[in-house]
Design a binder for this molecule. Sequence first.
Ligand SMILES: Cc1cc2nc3c(=O)[nH]c(=O)nc-3n(C[C@H](O)[C@H](O)[C@H](O)COP(=O)(O)OP(=O)(O)OC[C@H]3O[C@@H](n4cnc5c(N)ncnc54)[C@H](O)[C@@H]3O)c2cc1C
Length: 379
Amino acid sequence: MSIQSLTSRITIIGGGPAGTSCAIELSNLGVKDVLLIESGDYSKFCIGESIPPESKPVLKHLGIYGAFRKEGHDPCYGSCSYWGSDKRGYNDTLLSHHGHGWHLDRRRFNRFLAEQAEERGTVVMKNTSFLEAKKLDIGKFVLTCENENNETLHITSDFIIDASGSRGVFASKQGSQKNTTEPLICLAARFKLSSDSKVSKLTHIEAQEYGWWYAARLPDDTLLIGLYTDGETVIKKKIQAFDRWLSLLKETPTTIEFINDAEIIDEKFKGYPAPSFCLDKAFGDNWVAIGDVASAYDPVTSRGIIKSLTDGLFAAEKIQQHLTGDETALPEFEKMVQANFQNYLRTRQHFYQLEQRWPESPFWRKYQLDEMNVDKLDA
Ligand SMILES: Cc1cc2nc3c(=O)[nH]c(=O)nc-3n(C[C@H](O)[C@H](O)[C@H](O)COP(=O)(O)OP(=O)(O)OC[C@H]3O[C@@H](n4cnc5c(N)ncnc54)[C@H](O)[C@@H]3O)c2cc1C
């Protein structure tokens, strides 16, 4: 087993939207010697696919909008929901001055972002996982990582950006704590549509007593259907079993229509935790947490990806200022994350409270009366 030693001025842990956008913006700002380590290689399916029209100015700011358009993700012209009533509601992007949003092939989108970072000078090391960190007396960090060949790497860096997603593999070791609520659980399966399928390209949401269904048509004629509920309901209604999930889907008044001319891929679903939280401490001496490490949003908002892209962009500016001695820069970044999180909580609470058809449902009661409510955070 070999051991390699590397140095970099800045190391980013995680090559999702937050880490890659931060790398791109750092190089736009002229910050050099940036290394990004990513535990995967962008070959596996990745969930989270709807981005709103407001993503356009963010991609433009990063200087990658033209290249993004050439990637051929599917335009999404809005959403259609059955929420608070069995009557259909629309949210049409026709009225947005940014135009339409997108349904992404998320794996391809993440890989595209990493390639854009690489083209601008970031060294991207795929299949490389961060394991642990040691702080040296001089303020630098030594990261111990492992690659796909089980080789150990020691990376010595002046500054660390934790962009590893909701697990926050580095920030959690620095003592940061999550202000969190019980996560939603998403049970999702993919279906293959015929190429002439008439299935709507709008994002679809349908509330039911035990949670809510989501459907999105993705590029390559794939359909994603997910049930969002909580752990207690999964157990009580025995939804761990795929057959039960499918029979609940077939009992829905409208989501069922999506699978009429679709064939399930793999005859199984996958479970994903979808937590909502904000870190109490998003920065420390020579490190910062961005994207889903710093705060995670309910997928009903479809704002996780744009939030992580924006975090990456804003953090890059603040890191540049920090590196030139500005001590207010990182606290300002943390303040922005926390203020955005409070806005998000207000929106989420309002959204769940719009659904009043099942006052006795433990699922709806839980998220309408969220224990991490806005008042508590404001206190
Ligand atoms: C079920 C579900 C559905 C969602 N749907 C949507 C949606 O429709 N629209 C939307 O905008 N948002 C959605 N989201 C949220 C969105 O996916 C996230 O907010 C977004 O991916 C966060 O980006 P990120 O870069 O911060 O983290 P991530 O995308 O999680 O990226 C983190 C990266 O770090 C890497 N990593 C992790 N650990 C290590 C390690 N030890 N060493 C090296 N690398 C590591 C991971 O491989 C990963 O590539 C959804 C989330 C869930 C759970």
